[in-house]
Design a protein around this ligand. Sequence first.
Ligand code: ATP
Ligand code: MG
Length: 629
Amino acid sequence: MSEDFEVILHTKSYLPDPEYKAQSHLGDYHNAYQEFLKNPEGFWDRMAREIEWMKPWDKVLEWDYPYARWFSGGTLNITTSCLDRHIKAGRRNKLALIWRGEDGEERVYTYRQLHRDVMRFANALKRLGVKKGDRICFYMPLVPEHIIALLACARIGAVHSIVYAGFGAEALHARIRDAEAKVVITADVGKRRGKVISLRSIVDDAIRNTPSVEKVIVLCREKCSVELYSEMEEDFYSLLDGVETDCPPEEMDAEDPLFILYTSGTTGMPKGIVHTCGGYATGVHYTARYIFDLKENDVLWCTADTGWITGHSYIVYGPLSAGATVVITETTPDWPDPGIWWSIIEELGVTIFYTAPTAIRMFMRVGEEWPNKYNLDSLRIIGSVGEPLNPEAFEWYYRVIGKNRIPVLDTWWQTETGMHMITTPLGEPMKPGFAGLPVPGIEVDVVDKDGNSMPPGQGGLLVIKKPWPSMMRTVYRNDERYRKYWNQIRNYYTAGDLAVKDNDGYIMILGRSDDIIIVAGHNLGTAEVESALVEHEAVAEAAVIGVPDEIKGQAVKAFVILVKGYEPSQKLVSELTYHVRMSIGPIAMPASIEFVDSLPRTRSGKIMRRILKAKEMNMDLGDTSTLEE
Ligand code: ATP
Ligand code: MG
């Protein structure tokens, strides 16, 4: 990274109501952070004590660069923190799960019911021959049985690998093979935008030539719309016939694997990230309780799918460990109309709403009259994850959904990190465009390629300077790839993102380091230029890439989706170019702007700039398994 990667920093900030800090579990962020710095292992030791263990650990951390072992010697089962302890603590009749189907159908589970059903399904899996360490692949819609089966795997020590049920047969096949899954759990159908989508037939295709697969468990939602092949397939509910209700939790070593999960594939071939039991359980409980500040009466709705890390950590393990009520739904944000999500918040009294910038920008595009139809007074925290929340989208989210008073938690983290790493803790000033500060327990910095810390205002590589409990332990069957994260800059974990900090240590994410654009020797992060474009009233979404330029090395090419009512024109091109020039400088001025109706995205909604670039350069598209159709 060259020295002159200067970034113009926004200076706006909003002060949240001091009550948030006063009432929060974390208390004063700066105090908490100082406490951590004084004794990092002591901090994590304290946090680990907040979950349930069978046997305490001998040592908090063993760091044999780049391999970490957390809570060595300790044993636990994450499901006792998520279920059993709430039963004991008098929360048995509290709602754990509220599910909402597309047609308005609703199902609820108390902690007692969830606990019972998890144990029964765990026993069913055992009866099928599933043992500790076996890999189970999920290809399921977001229904309660999915959560039940997932927790049942954890209960018996089987390793789950969840594949988003929107992926095609090929992507599923590759993941089943990679994990050598013994069992695949699916449903006959998923429901999306009023359509019934066959999942089971995709699984049929996907398990050709996968010798590891012994059984396929099918949840029949449509009163068994499919005939099951008796040699191989089992009906989800028939499996429960005659099973015992009680299933003692398998004793897991803190470092035993809990799950494998593939990254989103935004920048290349997805990586099979491996998380372990003790550190992950500690990390997600900690952030659910101290960052999302989950309290007894909270109803958390994280709109992600369980197929992404966000779903693992903040639909399932984190909030259940913290004893919250979790909302899950099969609905899409704009079907049957863009009011559906706001109506769910109103009706279910959601207090914490967690979504992605792509959804926020979609809502901006369709207009604020939709959320304005509903009473959103129950909300107390609104969050964002997945991509940079550009200032324009922040402002809209804060004003229209947050009513200028509810804290916006823009959370930066990754599949690899397992838990929130950077955000604006409750009570700290919020700065549009900045994700915020490292959470206590985490040390981050922005550095050049040699690991030298960059001063405020100078962009560079985002690194994490010390191991943390919920860090990935390896990339499944590709440990070399794991080591690369820690070897690019010695002793540091390189996240693969570009960032900049301001004078207060706030971090702004500037884009992916793979997507960096170098114009006449100056580095540009994609997010900066995209944010500037989206600021313009005509622009709904933008993506930029670097294209070869004879004089400057690279030039910026922008792809722009216009707000409804605007038409592409040469005048608009000039206006947008000028706008970028004024907000960032001549270096960032797009050399060309193409107006488009859509952008290539992952199925979780992230813009895939590498696809735009490959198309532009007539190159091979690379791995497209996670590309949305
Ligand atoms: P792949 O690693 O396969 O290319 P991916 O990086 O998109 O896919 P994830 O682990 O799902 O896979 O996403 C993590 C990445 O998402 C981060 O590295 C970052 O680029 C982006 N991200 C997540 N949250 C934020 C945020 N709040 N602000 C900015 N970027 C974010
Ligand atoms: Mg990544």
